[in-house]
Design a protein around this ligand. Sequence first.
Ligand SMILES: [Zn+2]
Length: 408
Amino acid sequence: MSLLITNISELVTNAPRDAVSVASPGSFEAIAGAAIIVDAGLVAWTGLAAEAPGADEVVDAAGRAVLPGFVDSHAHLVFAGERGGEFAARMAGLPYSAGGIRSTVAATRAASDDVLRSNLARLAEEMLAQGTTTFECKSGYGLTVTDEARAVALAGEVTPEVTYLGAHVVPPEFSGRTAAYLDLVCGEMLAACAPSAKWVDVFCEDGAFGADEARAVLAAGEAAGLQPRIHANQLGPGPGVQVAVEAGAAAADHCTFLSDADVDTLAASGGTVATLLPGVEFSTRSPYPDARRLLGAGVTVAIATDCNPGSCFTSSMPLCVALAVRDMRMTTAEAVWAATAGGARALRRTDVGHLGVGARADLIMLDAPSHAYLAYRPGVPLIAAVWRSGERAAWPGLSGRGFLTVPV
Ligand SMILES: [Zn+2]
């Protein structure tokens, strides 16, 4: 059954106009006065509303904007416990350090499968209601063979973009024995996790893992069939970005402290996306990454939430777009592109992040006339409706407010 959504004030497509089919996200593009037709879960047609062909069902957008669903390429959702007290203390002046992860590890190990599954489902629903139709999910709070294998298996119940992050931090029982822990991460733990994961990740940072350790983790992951991505240059300058590009990683995430050589390396990489996570800097009251420097150098930039219980407990891509615009000086178009097409590039996905003909029909309708409102009205729940693979998956903002569905 085909669906026509018409009277769209602005349809963001990230795809060239009038293309018969689109193989992957392009640059930011939008059509004013638009319509879109969805059929069999895919985008079948986009163009001017006045030129739209018919369809089995018609939705009147009544002057609202329609965008590709957000692609959140960095999230840590498999955990138990909470760290609200740590956040409050940090806001009162204590610094963030990687060691806080260990408190979540203890709570996660102690939790039942059902608790972890319930937390995960709740966060996934929260994301969907805020327009996120594709998300990545990491392990990294288990840090034993059994607990990491459980984490990737649970993540796989809610997303295909599962990342093995055994190399998140050295757990307390391996304190002072990093090499022994890495043997586990690259050996028995990897073997237990690889069948349920697509990606391998490592936290390359002072207090976590150094360059050679990160290289070893990514190489072992690749040998087990996983694709590399990395936490890099978050808390200070370091080798993470260089390691990422050497390894052909899909993304180097954080990129807050970069040298000129790091920026040049990313720009020349041809395939490593710089994923910026402005919710972290917001939630840790830290300096933001220099998005303009990266964009000016021609680096592909994505925005993601880094949703996790420690450094950034937001699941909201609209908030991250607003922060990128307000505090990282990205244009509204750059920020929306980075949160959709950029995220897709960071996950090496060609079927999402755009609304070209042939793309998966993951789309969001804003209760607003343009994408700019995501930054112009920060903190306001603007996601009026969400479709995933052409099916209405959530419509948090439109019940009882004249959302017109007209069978023809
Ligand atoms: Zn992270």
